[in-house]
Design a protein around this ligand. Structure first.
Ligand code: COA
Length: 381
């Protein structure tokens, strides 16, 4: 367990955030139509085996189940046509040449530029880039270094992955580097192309994810001036679990016959995740708030990980001591879906401008690993 506390006024701030939202939206209706067309085709193709009791038919998906079980109504994707085509059901884009910007770098740069513009910063003001996301499109050179190059940053960059907690873990890392004097300003960029690792043919999970990119500019308070959000403390926790898993990796090549089995995409036991992660995260928040001498009931806003509306309701209730309204715990899951590590950052980005100096809030992620990351912040000027 690693914890970190900083005194307000002398430490590290979130100077600004940035967001890139892909142009295409898929509604639950469009998604379910496509899935059910696929199910009908599969069942027609296998009709003899199904009639003979040798195979199970593919069950239909339903809009009302998705909405009720998850709170998701739509999601954004980088490629809509191929994802909805019952013959493909996966994103497809032409492979880019080595001298072209990769797709993850492209959307990461868009989010990073948004954050820099909002903070009124230039590339020369930044010392480092961390690309923190739940999947990288290649192992090397790091996507973060490509983003650094495209932005023109003189410094260092690296990729890291803690699944849905990648961004909050990277914020702690950035804050620690800055507090130690190793950098003044670090961009945490989370390009999440989740459509690439979602199994769009799996009825239990085909509705979960959406694509997006976020960026968080973390700076030394002295460098940032009076704006932004003081980081009061951060806390990270991991506990091993197989309940969210993806076995895709470079060693799969060694066994070509299993390379494309469904475990090489996202798989989960959603019900267990729900039950086990809610208490783990709520207790972690209460414990860390006590350590920072913060009254959890007085947290002005919770920007929670966006995976399931019911989970967020329960966590917010345990932390605040009452049922949270949209103002206290805003939802972006309904229109963005689960965007992995970017979810709590989108919630913060879209729902923080109205807070007043002195207001205290919490960015909180949780997901595969299991992992959970907390960043307590206080609005400065
Ligand atoms: N359409 C219609 N019915 C569906 C369906 C779909 N797309 N998917 C599953 N069902 C059915 C199941 O077959 C099951 O039927 P049964 O009761 O006859 O067996 C029933 O709905 C309930 O399925 P279950 O998987 O238990 O649903 P749930 O209430 O647990 O909701 C999740 C599923 C995924 C929305 C929910 O568990 C969740 O969000 N968990 C947290 C996940 C999480 O945070 N993961 C982190 C990811 S990074």
């Amino acid at each position: 367990m690693i914890a970190n506390t900083r005194e307000a006024g002398q430490g590290v701030v979130i100077a600004a955030t940035g967001l890139f939202t892909p142009p295409h939206t898929i509604t639950n209706r469009e998604l379910v139509e496509s899935f059910n067309a696929y199910a009908a085709r599969e069942n027609a193709r296998n009709s003899a085996a199904i009639a003979a009791g040798m195979a199970e038919p593919v069950a239909e998906s339903s809009e009302s189940f998705i909405q009720k079980a998850s709170g998701i109504e739509a999601r954004h994707v980088m490629d809509k046509a191929s994802v909805l085509d019952p013959d493909i059901m996966a994103p497809r884009w032409p492979e880019r040449g080595d001298d072209e910007l990769s797709i993850m770098a492209e959307i990461g740069v868009a989010a990073a530029r948004d954050a820099l513009d909002r903070a009124g910063r230039e590339a020369r003001d930044v010392d480092g880039v961390i690309c923190a996301a739940s999947n990288m499109q290649r192992p090397y050179p790091a996507i973060a270094i490509e983003i650094q190059q495209e932005l023109g940053i003189d410094g260092f960059a690296f990729d890291m992955n803690v699944a849905c907690s990648s961004a909050t873990f990277a914020i702690q890392l950035a804050a620690d580097s800055i507090a130690a004097g190793n950098a003044r300003s670090i961009l945490v960029v989370s390009p999440e192309i989740t459509s690439g690792h979602l199994n769009w043919r799996d009825r239990d999970s085909h509705f979960i994810f959406g694509d997006v990119a976020t960026a968080v500019l973390v700076e030394a308070a002295a460098h940032a001036g009076t704006d932004g959000w003081m980081i009061l403390g951060t806390r990270l926790k991991t506990v091993f679990s197989n309940n969210i898993r993806n076995n895709f990796g470079f060693l799969n090549r060694a066994s070509p016959e299993t390379m494309n089995t469904p475990d090489k995409l996202f798989v989960q036991n959603g019900r267990k995740v729900f039950k086990e992660v809610v208490p783990m995260v709520s207790e972690l928040i209460l414990e860390e708030a006590r350590r920072l001498d913060l009254d959890p009931a007085r947290l002005r806003r919770l920007w929670l990980h966006q995976a399931n509306a019911g989970m967020n309701r329960l966590i917010a209730q345990r932390v605040l001591g009452h049922e949270a309204d949209e103002d206290e715990s805003p939802t972006v899951l309904d229109r963005y879906g689960n965007t992995s590590s970017a979810g709590s950052i989108i919630a913060f980005h879209l729902h923080s401008a109205d807070l007043r100096p002195g207001d205290t809030g919490l960015l909180c992620s949780f997901g595969a690993g299991y992992s959970a990351g907390l960043v307590f912040v206080r609005k400065a000027a």
